[in-house]
Design a protein around this ligand. Structure first.
Ligand SMILES: *[C@@H]1O[C@H](CO)[C@@H](O)[C@H](O)[C@H]1NC(C)=O
Ligand SMILES: *[C@@H]1O[C@H](CO)[C@@H](O)[C@H](O)[C@H]1NC(C)=O
Length: 165
């Protein structure tokens, strides 16, 4: 378990992505690079198995394609941040970083949505002008919510109709 855990969690992120939106990445090639990264990071140390996985557990409930792109864009950025201080002359590091950069670019819509969430977290809700804007937008926001529920209902009833055919 401990020896492979790190490699598994790096890989699973990439596999989950490519399993869904597959293209040219050859996982078998990356596996060697990831094995070397395991050695660089001593990821066979027993503490790797302590507590919960940091990414793979979180991905379980992100099931829709577009929502997965949000969380994966963030996770890929975290890997890139981790690799940044590493020696760029190592071929395996360079290779993995290149693949992750390509992935990140292909997830740019997810990154933008992530930025929306971060912007929301920064809003000062005690600010009076922000409060006025918020109240002014409340009806439209609730309207969005109702629209979404209706479209779910519509989809359900369409599929029920199809079933009867
Ligand atoms: C990995 O372990 C070796 C030997 O114990 C040590 O010299 C090195 O600094 C460790 N590297 C990391 C990233 O922990
Ligand atoms: C996923 O969703 C289920 C059902 O809402 C919940 O019980 C479970 O704790 C969630 N798992 C994670 C890892 O968030």
């Amino acid at each position: 378990m401990t020896c492979q855990t790190y490699s598994l969690f790096v890989l699973s992120v990439i596999m989950i992505y490519f399993g869904r939106f597959g293209n040219s990445l050859i996982l078998a090639q990356l596996q060697n690079d990831i094995d070397q990264l395991n050695a660089d990071f001593n990821s066979s140390y027993s503490d790797v198995a302590d507590g919960q996985p940091i990414f793979t557990d979180k991905l379980i409930n992100w099931t829709e394609r577009n929502e997965k792109r949000i969380i994966l864009s963030q996770i890929v950025s975290l890997y890139l941040e981790m690799l940044k201080p590493m020696d760029g002359s190592k071929a395996h590091v360079k290779h993995i970083a290149n693949e992750l950069h390509t992935l990140k670019e292909s997830l740019s819509d997810g990154s933008k949505k992530m930025k929306d969430l971060m912007d929301l977290a920064k809003l000062q809700m005690s600010d009076l002008q922000i409060q006025r804007k918020a109240v002014n937008e409340l009806f439209s926001v609730l309207q969005k919510l109702v629209e979404k529920q209706n479209s779910h209902k519509r989809k359900r009833s369409q599929s029920q109709r199809r079933c009867k055919c």
